[in-house]
Write a new protein. Structure first.
Length: 337
Protein backbone atom coordinates (compact mmCIF):
# COMPACT_ATOMS: atom_id res chain seq x y z
CA UNK A 1 0.00 0.00 0.00
CA UNK A 2 1.60 3.28 -1.16
CA UNK A 3 -1.30 5.60 -0.45
CA UNK A 4 -4.44 5.11 1.56
CA UNK A 5 -6.52 6.23 -1.41
CA UNK A 6 -5.33 3.30 -3.52
CA UNK A 7 -5.30 0.62 -0.86
CA UNK A 8 -5.67 -2.86 -2.29
CA UNK A 9 -9.02 -4.32 -1.34
CA UNK A 10 -10.66 -0.98 -0.76
CA UNK A 11 -14.28 -1.13 -1.89
CA UNK A 12 -15.68 1.31 -4.51
CA UNK A 13 -17.76 2.94 -1.80
CA UNK A 14 -14.75 3.45 0.45
CA UNK A 15 -12.77 4.93 -2.45
CA UNK A 16 -15.64 7.32 -3.21
CA UNK A 17 -15.75 8.38 0.45
CA UNK A 18 -12.01 9.01 0.47
CA UNK A 19 -12.18 10.95 -2.82
CA UNK A 20 -14.89 13.17 -1.37
CA UNK A 21 -12.82 13.79 1.76
CA UNK A 22 -9.86 14.98 -0.31
CA UNK A 23 -12.08 17.35 -2.28
CA UNK A 24 -13.51 18.79 0.91
CA UNK A 25 -10.02 19.22 2.37
CA UNK A 26 -8.97 21.10 -0.77
CA UNK A 27 -12.10 23.23 -0.50
CA UNK A 28 -11.19 24.15 3.07
CA UNK A 29 -7.66 25.08 2.01
CA UNK A 30 -8.87 27.18 -0.92
CA UNK A 31 -11.31 29.09 1.30
CA UNK A 32 -8.82 29.56 4.12
CA UNK A 33 -10.75 27.49 6.66
CA UNK A 34 -8.28 25.74 9.02
CA UNK A 35 -11.02 24.06 11.09
CA UNK A 36 -14.19 22.10 10.36
CA UNK A 37 -16.13 24.70 12.31
CA UNK A 38 -15.02 27.49 9.99
CA UNK A 39 -15.84 25.42 6.90
CA UNK A 40 -19.28 24.69 8.33
CA UNK A 41 -19.75 28.43 8.84
CA UNK A 42 -19.15 28.99 5.12
CA UNK A 43 -21.91 26.50 4.30
CA UNK A 44 -24.24 28.03 6.88
CA UNK A 45 -23.68 31.46 5.33
CA UNK A 46 -25.19 30.32 2.01
CA UNK A 47 -27.87 28.10 3.60
CA UNK A 48 -28.73 28.42 7.31
CA UNK A 49 -30.48 25.02 7.09
CA UNK A 50 -27.50 23.26 5.50
CA UNK A 51 -26.75 19.66 6.44
CA UNK A 52 -23.04 20.50 6.41
CA UNK A 53 -22.83 20.72 10.20
CA UNK A 54 -19.94 19.79 12.48
CA UNK A 55 -21.02 16.20 13.14
CA UNK A 56 -21.50 15.41 9.46
CA UNK A 57 -18.40 17.34 8.41
CA UNK A 58 -16.27 15.16 10.69
CA UNK A 59 -17.55 11.98 8.98
CA UNK A 60 -17.24 13.34 5.46
CA UNK A 61 -13.79 14.91 5.92
CA UNK A 62 -12.42 11.76 7.55
CA UNK A 63 -13.61 9.59 4.64
CA UNK A 64 -16.10 7.58 6.73
CA UNK A 65 -19.25 8.47 4.80
CA UNK A 66 -20.74 10.56 1.99
CA UNK A 67 -23.69 12.97 1.96
CA UNK A 68 -26.96 11.32 1.06
CA UNK A 69 -28.79 14.57 0.29
CA UNK A 70 -28.19 16.42 -2.97
CA UNK A 71 -28.68 19.71 -1.11
CA UNK A 72 -25.20 19.33 0.38
CA UNK A 73 -23.62 19.46 -3.10
CA UNK A 74 -25.86 22.39 -4.04
CA UNK A 75 -24.68 24.27 -0.94
CA UNK A 76 -21.10 23.31 -1.80
CA UNK A 77 -21.47 24.80 -5.29
CA UNK A 78 -22.77 28.05 -3.79
CA UNK A 79 -19.91 28.18 -1.30
CA UNK A 80 -17.32 27.86 -4.09
CA UNK A 81 -19.11 30.29 -6.37
CA UNK A 82 -18.49 30.55 -10.09
CA UNK A 83 -20.43 28.09 -12.19
CA UNK A 84 -19.27 24.79 -10.71
CA UNK A 85 -22.28 22.52 -10.54
CA UNK A 86 -23.48 20.15 -7.85
CA UNK A 87 -23.23 17.10 -10.19
CA UNK A 88 -19.61 17.97 -10.99
CA UNK A 89 -18.73 18.27 -7.31
CA UNK A 90 -20.35 14.91 -6.60
CA UNK A 91 -18.89 12.93 -9.51
CA UNK A 92 -15.53 14.49 -10.40
CA UNK A 93 -12.24 12.83 -9.59
CA UNK A 94 -9.89 14.60 -7.21
CA UNK A 95 -7.65 15.62 -10.11
CA UNK A 96 -10.55 17.07 -12.10
CA UNK A 97 -11.76 18.90 -9.03
CA UNK A 98 -8.27 20.20 -8.26
CA UNK A 99 -7.87 21.59 -11.78
CA UNK A 100 -11.19 23.43 -11.53
CA UNK A 101 -10.40 24.85 -8.08
CA UNK A 102 -6.83 25.93 -8.79
CA UNK A 103 -7.86 28.07 -11.75
CA UNK A 104 -9.64 30.40 -9.32
CA UNK A 105 -8.07 29.94 -5.88
CA UNK A 106 -4.52 30.17 -4.66
CA UNK A 107 -3.50 26.91 -2.97
CA UNK A 108 0.06 26.42 -1.60
CA UNK A 109 1.93 23.89 -3.71
CA UNK A 110 3.33 22.01 -0.72
CA UNK A 111 -0.13 21.36 0.69
CA UNK A 112 -1.53 20.52 -2.72
CA UNK A 113 1.30 18.05 -3.30
CA UNK A 114 0.38 16.30 -0.03
CA UNK A 115 -3.25 15.89 -1.08
CA UNK A 116 -2.22 14.68 -4.53
CA UNK A 117 0.07 12.15 -2.89
CA UNK A 118 -2.81 10.84 -0.78
CA UNK A 119 -4.85 10.51 -3.96
CA UNK A 120 -2.07 8.47 -5.60
CA UNK A 121 -1.17 11.26 -8.03
CA UNK A 122 2.27 12.75 -8.75
CA UNK A 123 3.24 14.86 -5.73
CA UNK A 124 4.14 17.87 -7.86
CA UNK A 125 1.28 19.27 -9.99
CA UNK A 126 2.01 19.14 -13.70
CA UNK A 127 0.28 21.29 -16.34
CA UNK A 128 -2.57 19.35 -17.88
CA UNK A 129 -5.41 20.43 -20.14
CA UNK A 130 -8.80 21.03 -18.58
CA UNK A 131 -10.76 17.81 -18.64
CA UNK A 132 -14.13 17.58 -20.38
CA UNK A 133 -15.95 17.15 -17.08
CA UNK A 134 -14.31 20.27 -15.64
CA UNK A 135 -15.20 22.18 -18.80
CA UNK A 136 -18.81 21.01 -18.51
CA UNK A 137 -18.80 22.31 -14.96
CA UNK A 138 -18.13 25.76 -16.32
CA UNK A 139 -14.89 26.43 -14.44
CA UNK A 140 -13.44 29.87 -15.13
CA UNK A 141 -10.42 30.46 -17.30
CA UNK A 142 -7.08 31.17 -15.61
CA UNK A 143 -6.81 34.82 -14.58
CA UNK A 144 -10.38 35.08 -13.39
CA UNK A 145 -11.21 35.11 -9.70
CA UNK A 146 -14.46 34.91 -7.81
CA UNK A 147 -13.76 38.32 -6.22
CA UNK A 148 -13.34 39.91 -9.66
CA UNK A 149 -15.99 42.39 -10.73
CA UNK A 150 -17.30 45.90 -10.18
CA UNK A 151 -18.58 47.19 -6.84
CA UNK A 152 -20.32 50.28 -5.53
CA UNK A 153 -18.40 51.63 -2.53
CA UNK A 154 -20.09 53.25 0.46
CA UNK A 155 -18.23 54.88 3.36
CA UNK A 156 -18.51 57.86 5.72
CA UNK A 157 -17.31 61.13 4.19
CA UNK A 158 -13.98 62.37 5.57
CA UNK A 159 -14.54 66.01 4.62
CA UNK A 160 -15.40 68.45 7.42
CA UNK A 161 -17.80 70.17 5.02
CA UNK A 162 -19.69 66.90 4.38
CA UNK A 163 -19.47 65.60 7.95
CA UNK A 164 -22.22 63.11 8.78
CA UNK A 165 -22.85 62.18 5.16
CA UNK A 166 -21.79 59.20 3.07
CA UNK A 167 -19.60 59.12 0.00
CA UNK A 168 -20.31 56.83 -2.93
CA UNK A 169 -17.36 55.47 -4.90
CA UNK A 170 -16.64 52.85 -7.52
CA UNK A 171 -14.32 49.87 -7.22
CA UNK A 172 -13.12 47.21 -9.63
CA UNK A 173 -11.17 44.01 -8.92
CA UNK A 174 -9.49 42.23 -11.82
CA UNK A 175 -6.54 39.99 -12.65
CA UNK A 176 -3.59 41.45 -14.56
CA UNK A 177 -1.62 39.56 -17.26
CA UNK A 178 0.53 38.01 -14.53
CA UNK A 179 -2.62 36.64 -12.84
CA UNK A 180 -2.19 39.01 -9.88
CA UNK A 181 -5.33 40.62 -8.49
CA UNK A 182 -5.47 44.38 -8.88
CA UNK A 183 -7.90 46.87 -7.37
CA UNK A 184 -8.88 50.30 -8.67
CA UNK A 185 -10.97 52.64 -6.54
CA UNK A 186 -12.30 56.10 -7.36
CA UNK A 187 -14.30 58.84 -5.66
CA UNK A 188 -15.65 62.21 -6.77
CA UNK A 189 -14.44 64.75 -4.19
CA UNK A 190 -16.02 68.18 -4.73
CA UNK A 191 -16.46 67.50 -8.47
CA UNK A 192 -12.88 66.31 -8.81
CA UNK A 193 -12.38 62.63 -9.70
CA UNK A 194 -9.79 60.98 -7.45
CA UNK A 195 -8.54 57.55 -8.50
CA UNK A 196 -6.44 55.02 -6.59
CA UNK A 197 -4.78 51.83 -7.78
CA UNK A 198 -2.90 48.94 -6.20
CA UNK A 199 -2.38 45.20 -5.96
CA UNK A 200 -4.83 43.16 -3.89
CA UNK A 201 -3.25 40.44 -1.78
CA UNK A 202 -5.40 37.76 -0.18
CA UNK A 203 -4.82 34.67 1.94
CA UNK A 204 -8.40 33.46 1.43
CA UNK A 205 -9.70 34.99 4.66
CA UNK A 206 -8.48 38.58 4.45
CA UNK A 207 -7.35 40.89 1.67
CA UNK A 208 -5.12 43.94 1.80
CA UNK A 209 -4.12 46.63 -0.64
CA UNK A 210 -1.93 49.72 -0.61
CA UNK A 211 -3.56 52.10 -3.08
CA UNK A 212 -1.62 54.96 -4.67
CA UNK A 213 -3.70 58.09 -5.20
CA UNK A 214 -3.25 59.56 -8.68
CA UNK A 215 -4.12 63.04 -7.36
CA UNK A 216 -1.96 63.36 -4.22
CA UNK A 217 0.41 60.38 -4.73
CA UNK A 218 -0.30 59.42 -1.11
CA UNK A 219 -0.94 55.86 -0.04
CA UNK A 220 -4.35 54.67 1.13
CA UNK A 221 -4.77 51.30 2.76
CA UNK A 222 -7.57 48.75 2.52
CA UNK A 223 -7.94 45.91 5.01
CA UNK A 224 -10.84 43.74 3.89
CA UNK A 225 -12.66 40.64 5.06
CA UNK A 226 -12.92 38.11 2.23
CA UNK A 227 -16.57 37.07 1.95
CA UNK A 228 -18.04 33.75 0.99
CA UNK A 229 -18.92 33.36 -2.70
CA UNK A 230 -20.59 34.90 -4.61
CA UNK A 231 -19.04 37.91 -2.84
CA UNK A 232 -21.96 40.31 -3.11
CA UNK A 233 -20.54 42.28 -0.17
CA UNK A 234 -16.95 43.03 0.80
CA UNK A 235 -16.42 44.96 4.02
CA UNK A 236 -13.43 46.32 5.84
CA UNK A 237 -11.40 49.41 6.75
CA UNK A 238 -10.11 52.25 4.57
CA UNK A 239 -7.35 54.43 6.03
CA UNK A 240 -5.17 57.27 4.85
CA UNK A 241 -4.84 61.04 5.01
CA UNK A 242 -7.79 63.31 4.24
CA UNK A 243 -7.26 64.75 0.77
CA UNK A 244 -8.98 68.15 1.10
CA UNK A 245 -7.71 69.04 4.55
CA UNK A 246 -5.05 71.60 5.50
CA UNK A 247 -3.72 69.33 8.25
CA UNK A 248 -3.93 66.14 6.20
CA UNK A 249 -5.65 64.35 9.07
CA UNK A 250 -4.91 60.64 9.40
CA UNK A 251 -8.33 59.01 9.05
CA UNK A 252 -9.79 55.50 9.06
CA UNK A 253 -13.35 54.35 8.56
CA UNK A 254 -15.41 51.34 7.66
CA UNK A 255 -16.12 50.81 3.98
CA UNK A 256 -18.53 48.50 2.19
CA UNK A 257 -18.35 47.30 -1.41
CA UNK A 258 -21.63 46.10 -2.96
CA UNK A 259 -21.29 43.96 -6.08
CA UNK A 260 -22.75 45.69 -9.13
CA UNK A 261 -24.06 42.81 -11.23
CA UNK A 262 -23.82 43.58 -14.94
CA UNK A 263 -22.72 47.18 -14.35
CA UNK A 264 -19.56 48.61 -15.85
CA UNK A 265 -17.16 50.84 -13.96
CA UNK A 266 -18.38 53.70 -16.17
CA UNK A 267 -21.95 53.09 -14.99
CA UNK A 268 -20.81 53.30 -11.39
CA UNK A 269 -18.73 56.43 -12.00
CA UNK A 270 -21.94 58.29 -12.81
CA UNK A 271 -23.25 57.44 -9.31
CA UNK A 272 -20.24 58.77 -7.41
CA UNK A 273 -20.68 61.65 -4.98
CA UNK A 274 -22.00 62.51 -1.53
CA UNK A 275 -25.19 61.05 -0.10
CA UNK A 276 -27.27 61.67 3.00
CA UNK A 277 -26.79 58.94 5.58
CA UNK A 278 -30.32 57.55 5.56
CA UNK A 279 -32.07 54.42 4.36
CA UNK A 280 -33.84 56.24 1.50
CA UNK A 281 -30.65 57.15 -0.30
CA UNK A 282 -29.06 53.74 0.19
CA UNK A 283 -32.20 51.95 -1.00
CA UNK A 284 -32.11 54.02 -4.19
CA UNK A 285 -28.51 52.93 -4.72
CA UNK A 286 -29.52 49.28 -4.20
CA UNK A 287 -32.30 49.72 -6.73
CA UNK A 288 -29.83 51.29 -9.16
CA UNK A 289 -27.64 48.21 -8.83
CA UNK A 290 -30.59 45.98 -9.71
CA UNK A 291 -31.24 44.46 -6.29
CA UNK A 292 -34.88 43.38 -6.18
CA UNK A 293 -37.58 45.49 -4.56
CA UNK A 294 -38.62 43.77 -1.36
CA UNK A 295 -39.42 44.64 2.22
CA UNK A 296 -36.02 43.21 3.12
CA UNK A 297 -34.29 45.73 0.83
CA UNK A 298 -35.48 48.61 3.01
CA UNK A 299 -34.17 46.89 6.11
CA UNK A 300 -30.90 46.16 4.31
CA UNK A 301 -30.46 49.85 3.51
CA UNK A 302 -30.95 50.79 7.15
CA UNK A 303 -28.51 48.07 8.24
CA UNK A 304 -25.85 49.44 5.88
CA UNK A 305 -26.15 52.92 7.41
CA UNK A 306 -25.91 51.47 10.91
CA UNK A 307 -22.97 49.18 10.11
CA UNK A 308 -20.96 52.18 8.89
CA UNK A 309 -21.39 53.76 12.32
CA UNK A 310 -23.42 56.72 11.05
CA UNK A 311 -25.65 56.68 14.13
CA UNK A 312 -22.72 57.03 16.50
CA UNK A 313 -19.62 59.15 17.00
CA UNK A 314 -17.45 56.22 15.88
CA UNK A 315 -17.98 56.62 12.12
CA UNK A 316 -14.47 58.04 11.75
CA UNK A 317 -11.25 57.35 13.59
CA UNK A 318 -8.96 60.31 12.99
CA UNK A 319 -5.83 61.98 14.25
CA UNK A 320 -4.65 65.50 13.43
CA UNK A 321 -1.15 66.82 14.27
CA UNK A 322 -2.62 69.19 16.88
CA UNK A 323 -4.04 66.20 18.77
CA UNK A 324 -0.51 65.28 19.83
CA UNK A 325 1.01 68.75 20.09
CA UNK A 326 1.04 68.93 23.89
CA UNK A 327 2.50 65.42 24.20
CA UNK A 328 5.15 66.23 21.63
CA UNK A 329 6.23 69.43 23.42
CA UNK A 330 6.41 67.68 26.79
CA UNK A 331 8.46 64.82 25.37
CA UNK A 332 10.81 67.35 23.76
CA UNK A 333 11.25 69.00 27.15
CA UNK A 334 11.82 65.71 28.98
CA UNK A 335 14.02 64.03 26.39
CA UNK A 336 17.57 63.16 27.51
CA UNK A 337 20.15 65.77 26.55
Amino acid sequence: MNHIGVEIGQTPGERAWFNLALKLKLTALALGCPTNKELCARFAAVNPATLFVTQNAYKWLSGKAMPRASSVYEDWARVLGGSLTAPFLASSSFEEFQQAICTRFGVPETVLATLRGEAGLPPVPVPVPVTPSAARAGSRQPGEHWLAGTYLAISPAWSRVEAGRLIIGAMRIYADPMQQLQISYSENLFNRPVAMQGQLLSDGRTAQSALTCSYTHRLFFLALNVPTPPANLIGGILSGAAVHDPNARAVACRILFLRAHGRSIEDLAARMGYLDADADGIEQELAGLGYRADAARRGLAASIVTSLGMHSTAALCEAAPRDFADIELTLDRLAPA
